[in-house]
Design a protein around this ligand. Structure first.
Ligand code: ADP
Length: 272
């Protein structure tokens, strides 16, 4: 059986989201198993981030994308909270401010890239410029279509400079989105999250799926892979993200600097 990172990684030049089942749970039997493994992964991430921070040479960038209600906030809360806030920052990218819009589209992104030793989590990202911008025709095709090449060059640059880039597309079905939007109306605690704009975006579902397919196909690279996370089942979504993060950090294998201490002498001094 393939590991979760292997099963969910996007390879090849064509992506058909219809072939990725959003309810699938490859590499995990059930919810109980997922809960157990998630707990283990969180403990592992805690230690590995500590080592990454101590090493202070490389960094980790986690990009979260998905349709409204796909669970970007949920993943941050359930699968990534374990990161020590000293050494981790979450960035949300919204409609560009006038200052941001006056610069090239990667300007605001690069400023948020993680410093050495740090983790950055992007809630939406530079990919909005080949997603919402494309679907809404905010700029002509010949402008947004150059984005893929620019994004690949940018991510390759980050990689060469020691940043590990992981990109997660949280894949939900249209039916599941309907349920989640209804839940936002039904549950008083969730109502604040409801926005009319979500319904407008929902009418553009196919356009978004096509835009995602192209972004995943053209920008899943060796140095910055995309993962399609089946996200109709939240427990699987959280497990899958945590597992891929652990796997990446384990491969990075950050090492704490060796302390050159004369323990005997120092203990003797502390004895006084
Ligand atoms: P979220 O849905 O992420 O919780 P909001 O409801 O504030 O937060 O939505 C942010 C909005 O900003 C989204 O509709 C997103 O498509 C939009 N957005 C992000 N980046 C860009 C961009 N570069 N150009 C236009 N719109 C963008």
């Amino acid at each position: 059986m393939k590991s979760i990172p292997e099963a969910l990684k996007v390879r090849g030049r064509a992506v058909r989201l219809a072939r990725w089942n959003p309810r699938a749970t490859p590499g995990c039997k059930d919810k109980d198993e997922a809960a157990e493994r998630l707990a283990q992964n969180l403990a592992r991430i805690d230690t590995l981030q500590y080592r990454l921070y101590g090493e202070s040479r490389r960094s980790l960038l986690i990009v979260l994308q998905g349709m409204d209600t796909a669970g970007k906030d949920g993943v941050i809360r359930n699968a990534l909270t374990v990161f020590n806030p000293q050494g981790c920052r979450v960035w949300s990218f919204k409609v560009p401010t006038p200052d941001e819009a006056a610069h090239d589209f990667l300007w605001r992104i690069h400023r948020a890239a993680p410093a050495r030793g740090d983790v950055a989590i992007f809630n939406r990202s530079h990919y909005e410029d080949v997603l919402v911008v494309r679907v809404h025709g905010l700029v002509p095709r010949n402008v947004w279509s150059r984005g893929y090449k620019l994004i690949n060059a940018f991510e390759s640059h980050l990689h060469e400079q020691g940043t590990r880039v992981l990109k997660f597309f949280l894949h939900i079905s249209r039916k599941e989105q309907r349920q989640r939007l209804l839940a936002r109306l039904d549950e008083p605690l969730k109502r604040w999250k409801f926005s009319d704009a979500d319904l407008t975006e929902r009418t553009r579902w196919r356009g978004y799926q096509r835009a995602y397919e192209e972004a995943l196909a053209r920008c899943s690279t060796k140095y910055a892979p995309w993962y399609v996370i089946p996200s109709d089942r939240k427990w699987y979504r959280d497990l899958a993200v945590s597992e891929i993060v652990v796997d990446a950090l384990e491969q990075m294998n950050p090492r704490l600097p060796k302390a050159k201490l004369d323990l005997k002498r120092l203990r003797a001094r502390l004895a006084r």
